[in-house]
Design a protein around this ligand. Sequence first.
Ligand SMILES: O=C(O)C(=O)C[C@]1(C(=O)O)C=C[C@@H](O)C=C1
Length: 299
Amino acid sequence: MTIETTSPEKALAEVRKEIDALDDALHDLLMKRTELVVEVAEAKARAASAAGEGSFVAFRPAREAQVLRRLAERHRGSLPVRVIFRLWREIIAAMTRIQGPFRVDVFGGQDGSALSFWDLARSYYGSSTPMELHDNARDVLRRVVQDRSVVGILPEPGTHAAADWWVMFAAGGQSEARVVACLPFIDVAEGENHVRALVVAQTGFEPTGDDTSLVAISSSESLSDSRVTSLVAAAGFSGQRIADAKLADGPSSHIYLISMPFHVAEDDKRLAALEGGPILEARLLGGYANPIERATDGE
Ligand SMILES: O=C(O)C(=O)C[C@]1(C(=O)O)C=C[C@@H](O)C=C1
């Protein structure tokens, strides 16, 4: 016969003591991580001044994607990866704000999807980051172009009635703004179907090893899907049309948005090779680290 020496109260108190110790360890690590991010900011400031720039953009979406992918890869147990992401997104957003001004302008539209886009922005850019809602995608884009500290959340082209903002982006003057991320960063096949958004900011579209690029091409004539595909292939690229638009005036009256399943750099020679024949201009709009895909997530 075994004699019960530990009362349930005592066992509970023991486990809670262990939880307290873990909380302390987590808290210590968070404080240490913050100190490292201050060093990261100092390194960025030095790099900016060496490049003759007075300030720097702290936001590095490619690095953020790599941080999340690495965690998803090593994750075990019943805590959903989405919860891990939410926790790290809160941390990363706070650490971005420690380095300098950072704010988010969100497209909400007028068709009831505002809450979905707002939620997406909050869960990725933190509970205390200043955010503003706009009912017009063009206003969001304008804010991004005007202010280096702004990140814009816009509906994914081809999926939303108001998602024609990319045309203004593609046909407007040169700007430092780029598409740099896609939200949500985790796609759960059996999860609820949420909206997808693209993130636009004045920061680089850097490679992560698993990316999608968005290139806009303009033409004076209407191009069929197969024509677009073969022109893209002739330049050494591959990709598919995900959206198109017809402009009222100017020689480049037809404009197509091509999604390419790899990273395209700003100086990629294939962009120049695309121009010629019916294509008057090819412009890299940026792109994003492909979100991770899961069949299920802790359900
Ligand atoms: O690695 C950086 O450049 C950082 O600034 C650190 C960090 C992070 O907290 O991991 C924060 C913000 C950046 O957008 C990317 C990553």
